[in-house]
Design a binder for this molecule. Structure first.
Ligand SMILES: C[S@@+](CC[C@H](N)C(=O)[O-])C[C@H]1O[C@@H](n2cnc3c(N)ncnc32)[C@H](O)[C@@H]1O
Length: 257
């Protein structure tokens, strides 16, 4: 079978993108029918149309951003985030919720003798085309297949010994664990498998303060940043548009004990 020429890291939350596009289409329909004078201005349809137009436009902006970010923006952002860590090249790296290998492959490209392991439960609703073969396929396209492994495992019960990794990464994954206690378990698992002196970088769209607090409790200190984004302006815009539901940012730490 022929390989695609370019790595494809999928579209995040494809069902959410589809729903946003449906609301956007309804908003556009309302706008067009209003401009065309299809409905009487005082009719219930016209009254309903006003909020639908605003909602449709907001949802359209959000959907376009999610598609653009998934297809183009997130590879650039990945590099900016990975630049935050000083790489030696011999690290043993774990990517928790690796999906199609965005950070896994990005990390592997910075390794020489090191190795990168990705784990995931491959939830279709979180990422388009999410399956165990996808990260290795992308690693092959990017020329780092020999440095990459992926296996099926849950973030809440990592199948690794304590202190196994020099770097643990997680991008846009942990917010998909909806129960706060289970998210805490996942972050504690990340701290557990990290070596003393090892570094953790969690990039996510929610719950950053919670992650930072749990990491502190689990003995990781320094370099933590609970609510910042490499792309600060975008982060503020998304926060505004979603009334605070989306807060793009990262938490970084070093295991001290
Ligand atoms: C939006 S995707 C992000 C994938 C990848 N990290 C990236 O940045 O492109 C979220 C990923 O988290 C995974 N995930 C969700 N809950 C998980 C869990 N409990 N354990 C492991 N992976 C999980 C999903 O299967 C999905 O691949």
């Amino acid at each position: 079978m022929s390989q695609p020429a370019r790595a494809d890291y999928g579209v995040d939350a494809p069902a959410a993108v589809r729903n946003l596009l449906i609301v956007c289409a309804l908003g556009v329909l309302s706008l067009v029918s209003r401009v065309a004078g299809v409905w009487d201005r005082e009719s219930p349809f016209a009254l309903l149309g006003r909020p639908l137009i605003s909602a449709g436009l907001s949802c359209g902006v959000m959907a376009v951003w999610m598609i653009w970010s998934s297809k183009y923006g997130k590879v650039r952002e990945r590099e900016e985030y990975l630049d935050l860590l000083a790489w030696r090249g011999d690290e043993r790296v774990l990517d928790v919720g690796c999906g199609r290998g965005l950070f896994l492959v990005g990390a592997a490209k910075r390794l020489t003798t090191g190795r990168a392991m990705g784990i995931d439960i491959w939830q279709a609703e979180d990422l388009s085309g999410n399956q165990p073969s996808a990260p290795l396929q992308n690693a092959t396209i990017e020329g780092v297949a020999e440095r990459v492994e992926a296996q099926t495992a849950d973030a809440r019960k990592l199948p690794f010994e304590d202190a196994s990794f020099d770097v643990v990464l997680s991008s846009a994954a942990l917010h998909n664990i909806y129960d706060a206690g289970e998210r805490e378990t996942a972050v504690r698992e990340i701290a557990r498998v990290l070596k003393v002196g090892g570094r953790v970088l969690i990039v996510d769209v929610r719950h950053l303060r919670q992650y930072a607090q749990i990491l502190r409790d689990a003995g990781c200190d320094g370099e933590q940043d609970a609510a910042r984004s490499v792309q600060k302006l975008l982060s503020h815009v998304m926060r505004l548009l979603t009334l605070g539901a989306v807060q793009i940012g990262y938490v970084m730490g070093r295991k001290a004990r």
